[in-house]
Design a protein around this ligand. Structure first.
Ligand code: HSE
Length: 339
């Protein structure tokens, strides 16, 4: 499978490390032989290699700070623009792992449209195109007979979307609710242990949980983007951020955390989505509540269904390998489809 990777930050690098470390196992177990034929960054160069890039050399180059430091192997083309790379690389699948923009979804949305026009399937870790342009993206994909997969966009590699869209197919889901942001859950958990808000946020950034601009996390917009994605993917409803109640945790103080603790409660940033709309808000819940024990960067989703009642999934919500793994899971789905 020939793959082009757009965006080579935390998620793209985590994914590349997984391919490097699990390459043999993936071939043996699934007959899956992925080949990375191009990588694009926003400001650290691009690479294209017809016969595939050397993953170790690629990871070393980005650690040195620029893809220019990748060896001068035969067949390597450097510094194409991202759109030129998409035009020329001959990949079957584009991985979109660039920075999420919740205002415009760009430039990721243009990457997706170009990739579809070039006959590629799309696997997106970028929340922008899925949250803001799902109907158009799916219409274009179905016109050219291609898939758009996006497990990475909600709860990292924890299969929250597979559960709803595949395992629960045939059941009617009336509501999804839970904890959809790793950074804020990590901060709240650390604050309960006595750490300051600023220190906990800095740790969440260092651990690769936070968005490039972490205000998206702490002000609730990242969780809200996941509400949009669940609404469109599960309910076929295109919600708007401007029509939702969205509140984050940036105004929660150590004193607030202590007051909740003294009352046998805990602050959690709770998201909820139904076919009618969605909310994201910090709530004090009793320590006996099932979501109260979901700590650190772990997330949880409860689907309310007609067939099974409530079905709850708890697992990693953010992180380098945890999100990189979602890209692998989607690629394996495409491999099973014969791509
Ligand atoms: N910044 C996000 C979070 C990453 O903290 O949950 C996963 O989407």
């Amino acid at each position: 499978m020939r793959i082009v990777l757009i965006g080579f930050g935390t998620v793209g690098q985590g994914f590349t490390e997984i391919l490097r470390d699990k390459g043999d196992a993936l071939r043996r177990q699934y007959g899956f032989t992925p080949q990375l034929v191009g990588v694009a960054t926003r400001s650290r160069g691009t690479l294209m290699a017809e016969d595939g890039l050397d993953l170790n050399a690629l990871l070393e180059a980005i650690q040195k700070g620029h893809l220019d430091t990748y060896p001068n192997n035969p067949g390597v083309t450097r510094n194409l623009s991202t759109l030129e790379l998409l035009e020329q690389c001959g990949a079957q699948v584009m991985l979109e792992a660039g920075t999420t923009d919740l205002q415009t979804a760009q430039p990721a949305l243009d990457h997706c449209y170009t990739a579809l026009a070039k006959g590629m399937h799309i696997v997106s870790a970028n929340k922008g195109p899925i949250a803001l342009a799902y109907p158009e993206l799916m219409a274009r994909a179905s016109k050219v007979g291609k898939q758009v997969l996006f497990e990475a966009t909600v709860m990292a590699g924890t299969p929250s979307l597979r559960l709803a869209m595949q395992a629960l197919a045939g059941a009617t889901i009336s509501e999804a609710r839970g904890i959809f942001n790793g950074t804020t859950n990590y901060i709240l958990t650390q604050m309960e242990g006595g750490m300051s808000y600023a220190h906990a946020l800095a740790q969440a950034q260092a651990l690769g949980y936070a968005e490039a601009d972490p205000t998206a996390d702490v002000d609730g917009w990242d969780a809200a983007s996941k509400v949009l994605i669940l609404a469109t993917a599960i309910f076929g409803k295109q919600l708007k951020l401007s029509e939702m109640t969205v509140r984050g945790i940036s105004s929660i103080t150590s004193e607030d955390v202590e007051a909740a603790r003294a009352a046998g409660e805990r602050w959690k940033l709770i998201a909820r989505v139904t076919p009618q709309g969605g909310t994201v808000e910090p709530l004090r819940i009793p320590v006996t509540h099932p979501l109260a024990s979901v700590g650190g960067a772990t997330n949880a989703v409860t689907y309310v269904t007609d067939m099974l009642g409530e079905v709850t999934l708890v697992g990693a919500g953010a992180g380098r390998r945890q999100t990189g793994f979602a890209l692998l899971a989607d690629l394996l789905d495409l491999h099973r489809l014969g791509v």
